[in-house]
Design a protein around this ligand. Structure first.
Ligand SMILES: Cc1cc2nc3c(=O)[nH]c(=O)nc-3n(C[C@H](O)[C@H](O)[C@H](O)COP(=O)(O)OP(=O)(O)OC[C@H]3O[C@@H](n4cnc5c(N)ncnc54)[C@H](O)[C@@H]3O)c2cc1C
Length: 333
């Protein structure tokens, strides 16, 4: 917990890529910056959902693993070290009589002159199977995301799902695992076509029209029962791990109550300066709908919007100044 009395120029809610790059830019503009995130580690979706996946559409990196990009972004943000407050979820944002804002988390309060909300999809949670019989196996062979590939080395793995995560993980793990089986309840995949083509010609065993019925084992998963949803015929598979990629439920949580104009229940409305409906409060990245248009949910888009947010916040704090910060190549860092 940082000094609750210190007044920051800007506080960024969310240490995903948008928040991290914005923190760097705040430093470039010599703004005292704090960054708060509900998760213990920086990186947002990249850290929580796909740390070992490769990203191909970040400028300057033909191919970069999500966790490496995060590592570099944290290092870049630390060029002008912001104060990181991790493991704190912002509950309220209240304007004070003097125009500054007071943020409350479950751990305490934070004072700031401006706010950038870079809260992405909010507090995201993996969708779980409704049957409580799966709960005792969570972390004991039952996974909702893959944080470390090495856990699966030499194992028999069952992957459940038909989206990008399911197919990408099947392809990623096929050379680590002893055997990968993928079940999907339909015969059409939501995953990228090229990945599906690759999957079908890989050693991964694909069972279409199949669903997971149950898992069992002595203290950890040893078997899974799957069934054909057309014939109801059941098959028992010897597996050490089951990866459920059933998507995520999104919960913006308290953000909806901060008095900001929203687009539906999901996005904060911003203008082309990334201003929200409240002066001094900006939003960028996956959470922000510019002119009411849904964001395109790409890292680069959040980086650009976060850069704009910082520079317009600077102008808000220094009326009459230019939003344009000058070129970084002209600065001595
Ligand atoms: C599987 C997958 C693959 C992807 N691949 C690519 C790709 O190849 N290329 C690409 O460009 N994009 C990709 N994306 C999308 C990309 O990850 C997102 O666009 C990006 O993460 C958005 O960044 P953000 O910083 O706006 O939000 P996020 O990454 O969601 O980070 C938001 C942060 O805010 C925090 N937060 C939320 N509410 C609060 C609160 N009240 N208090 C404190 N903290 C809070 C969250 O904990 C989170 O850490 C992918 C996404 C997924 C799921």
């Amino acid at each position: 917990m940082s000094d609750p009395n210190e007044l920051f120029d800007i506080t960024i809610i969310g240490a995903g890529p948008t928040g991290l790059f914005a923190a760097f830019y705040a430093g470039l503009r010599e703004m005292r910056c704090k960054i708060i995130d509900a998760l213990d580690d920086a990186g947002g979706q990249l850290t929580a959902l796909y740390p070992e996946k490769f990203i191909y559409d970040v400028p300057g990196f033909p191919k970069v693993q999500a966790q490496d990009l995060v590592k570099n972004m944290v290092a870049q943000a630390n060029t002008f070290p912001p104060v990181f407050c991790m493991g704190e979820r912002v509950q309220t944002v209240e304007r004070q009589a003097d125009g500054t804002m007071l943020l409350t988390t479950q751990k305490g309060v934070h004072r700031t002159r401006t706010v950038l909300i870079a809260a992405g999809v909010g507090a995201f949670q993996s969708k779980k199977l409704p049957d409580p019989a799966f709960i005792p196996f969570e972390g004991k062979g039952l996974f909702y995301s893959v944080k470390e590939k090495s856990v699966f080395r030499g194992k028999n793995i069952l992957i459940v799902g038909g989206g990008d995560s399911a197919v990408d993980w099947a392809l990623n793990l096929k050379d680590y695992a002893r055997k990968v089986t993928l079940i999907h309840r339909r015969d059409e995949f939501r995953a990228h076509g090229a990945s599906v083509t690759q999957l079908m010609s890989s050693p991964v065993e694909v069972k279409l029209f199949h669903e997971l019925k149950s898992v069992d084992g002595n203290g950890k998963i040893e078997r899974a029962v799957v069934f054909d949803n057309r014939t109801k015929a059941e098959t028992t598979l010897p597996v050490d791990a089951v990866i459920l990629t059933l998507g995520f439920s999104v919960d913006l949580g308290p953000i909806k109550n901060w008095g900001l104009e929203m687009v539906g229940n999901r996005y904060i409305r911003i203008n082309s300066k990334t201003e929200t409906s409240q002066p001094g409060i900006y939003a960028a990245g996956d959470i922000a709908a510019e002119d009411g248009i849904e964001p395109i949910n790409l890292i680069v888009d959040g980086l650009a919007a976060g850069t704009r947010a910082i520079n317009f916040a600077y102008q808000y704090l220094h009326p009459g100044s230019k939003a344009f910060p000058g070129h970084s190549s002209e600065k001595k860092l």
